[in-house]
Write a protein that binds this ligand. Structure first.
Ligand code: SF4
Length: 231
């Protein structure tokens, strides 16, 4: 497995759990606002040092009994065919697993759920269906759609996350997304942080105001059980 980073302790990445977060290298999307360009841009990936899988599992062995779970993020974890084996090795040590995904590999997602290899799924919804070309993922929309249905019917804990980036997501998109995800258990609206971005022009984009974000929450509420704002 290509491991680009490890956060040894997080109290926020896995809701309600004490966890570590492992960052896998590579992604099949190109969200211009991506804040992990070193895991996505091929030139930067080449320069990025990686953590040996054996060192990662040595670390986990030392944390048995101290951590509840492991968050697997990226990049996009499901582009790696060895992800199921990697998760098996985490779970056999007794850890819960939270998976972050862009929803582009519904077959793997379905298998991971069926084999009980994930306990919590956080799926990014980038924007409304017709604007998915903005993250260079237009041809993945049927996969994204399938993943949404799989997750909603999985019986697992989950959340759909929208990073609200001006120019990518506006109130009209939020309205569309609300209809698209109707009946979902939870949607999280995440504030955009223009500190480090894949496309450097996005560093100059001013995030939405709190007032705008609260309005978006209200737009989503009729279609979703819980809407959370992360700012
Ligand atoms: S934001 Fe996520 S899906 Fe988009 S390019 Fe970055 S890692 Fe990939």
């Amino acid at each position: 497995m290509k491991i680009g980073g490890l956060q040894k302790l997080t109290l926020i990445d896995y809701p309600g759990k004490v966890a570590a977060t492992v960052f896998l290298v590579g992604c099949n999307f190109r969200c211009p606002y991506c804040h992990n360009p070193e895991l996505v841009s091929p030139e930067l990936v080449e320069r990025q040092s990686q953590i040996k899988e054996s060192d990662f599992f040595k670390f986990l062995d030392e944390r048995i009994g101290f951590l509840d779970g492991v968050c697997i993020t990226g990049g996009e974890p499901t582009i790696h065919s060895d992800l199921p084996k990697f998760i098996q090795n985490i779970k056999k040590r007794g850890f819960l697993v939270k998976l972050d995904t862009n929803g582009s590999n519904s077959e793997m997602l379905e298998d991971l759920i069926k084999d009980d290899l994930v306990d919590f799924i956080a799926m990014d919804i980038k924007t409304s269906i017709l604007k998915y070309n903005k993250v260079r993922a237009k041809n993945k929309i049927s996969q994204v759609q399938k993943s949404i249905n799989i997750i909603k019917n999985s019986g697992k804990d989950y959340e759909f996350r929208i990073t609200v980036v001006p120019g990518i997501v506006d109130e009209k998109d939020i309205e569309e997304i609300g209809k698209w995800l109707k009946g979902a258990k939870k949607i999280v609206l995440q504030q955009f942080r223009p500190k480090k971005t894949l496309n450097s022009s996005f560093k100059n984009i001013k995030p939405y105001s709190l007032q705008n974000l609260k309005k978006m929450v209200k737009i989503l509420e009729p279609n979703v059980e819980v809407v959370e704002l992360r700012i």
